[in-house]
Design a protein around this ligand. Sequence first.
Ligand code: SME
Length: 137
Amino acid sequence: NDSESEVNNRLFMVCELLEAHIDYYNWVGFYFKNGDKNELKLGPYVGEPTDHTIIPFGKGICGQVAVSSENFVVPDVHAQDNYLSCSITVKAEIVVPIFVNGENIGQIDIDSSTIDPFTEADERFLEFVCKEVAKIL
Ligand code: SME
């Protein structure tokens, strides 16, 4: 396996590519299960710094995906009650889990400043990205 810093470099480049090439992807980052704790830890990301560097399982959109292991598409974050706000400019969010050997080990999280921008094509594309990412972890 690659060293942790090399993996983080590659994950950061994935974030940069996605943020640069898809205009409604405005914050792109990875969260990973934090050791054996029931929480997520922020990994590489592109966009505004967030206060949510640690997210307990069940909390917010990310924490819910840690529990459900299913994609979570949020067309309008203001309509969500279990949501952790990072920036007032965020209107929508998509979170897609990353599986290694069938285990949900983390996720890609994307925020958008456009309302309701994510389609099933984004889900299929991000599932593909997560499968590719899983190979280098
Ligand atoms: N909005 C997320 C928190 C992470 S930030 O979007 C970077 C949530 O509700 O889990």
